[in-house]
Design a protein around this ligand. Structure first.
Ligand code: F6R
Length: 242
């Protein structure tokens, strides 16, 4: 995993926009997976701008979800589904048939797991944009997680249940998440992990300084044999060298 420090968020967003533009120009039906959370929001805005000015044709691209809070669907503000649909899929006018996203409120979560695993097995993943949790979680692969899992349901770490209030209007009794596993994430052809802001400074440092350990899931990305970039802004990258 190669770390690159950028001046600011805008510079990272420009880089990722260029990468996705080049990918889709070369593979019109690419499979792209973008995390929810706050970090990728400026990237989503950039992709919408690139579509509006005619620089990217997303009509054949397939979008895959990374994770969801168990119990939540589109109607809950702060669900990953609502974040992705409102900020990316709807503005890009992606047809429903090209969106492959967990239904976190399905009473039968195994159905969600099976259809996601089947999709990834058939099509693979060309490009994935990840954020990093304060505890190093990737998607909802929480500390202690296995490094070879496929899609699974997992108990949320206490750091995640503490931080999550920033996404929701009300206190929600969420205890589990559903996520792609490292067995799938590590197969992605082009992985990008993005961190911005000083709150991420410590976990960026730990990720780079530590050997691979399940206790810091972001270190598991070091196992990838495909192109894997860690893009940080000056604030998040203050304690590391690139
Ligand atoms: C959300 C997700 C999480 C976030 C991480 C960072 O879909 O996959 O792993 O990327 O918790 O969240 P933010 O970007 O809000 O700091």
């Amino acid at each position: 995993m190669r770390l690159t420090k950028f001046k600011d968020t805008a510079a990272i967003v420009g880089q990722i926009g260029d990468e996705i533009q080049a990918l889709v120009a070369q593979k019109t039906d690419a499979v792209i997976c973008i995390a929810g959370g706050d970090t990728p929001l400026p990237v989503m805005k950039r992709l919408v701008d690139l579509k509006r000015n005619g620089s990217i044709d997303f009509s054949k691209v397939q979008f895959l979800g990374l994770d969801e809070w168990v119990g939540l669907g589109y109607d809950t503000k702060g669900s990953t589904r609502q974040t992705l649909y409102d900020n990316l899929y709807h503005p890009l006018a992606i047809p429903e048939a090209h969106i492959h996203f967990f239904q976190g409120d399905n009473a039968n979560l195994q159905e969600e797991i099976d259809k996601t695993d089947a999709f990834v097995e058939q099509y693979g993943i060309d490009y994935m944009l990840l954020g990093i949790g304060m505890n190093g979680h990737i998607g909802f692969n929480e500390p202690g997680v296995g490094d070879d899992l496929m899609t699974h349901v997992i108990d949320l770490d206490t750091v995640t249940t503490t931080v999550m209030s920033k996404y929701f209007d009300d206190d929600l009794p969420l205890t589990q998440g559903m996520t792609l596993g490292f067995g799938q994430i590590l197969q992605t052809k082009h992985l990008v992990l993005m961190a911005t802001g000083e709150k991420k400074r410590e976990i960026v440092k730990q990720t780079m300084a530590s050997d691979m350990t399940r206790q810091i899931p972001s270190t598991i990305l070091k196992k990838s044999v495909n192109e894997t970039n860690f893009y940080v802004d000056a604030a998040a990258g203050e304690l590391v060298e690139d």
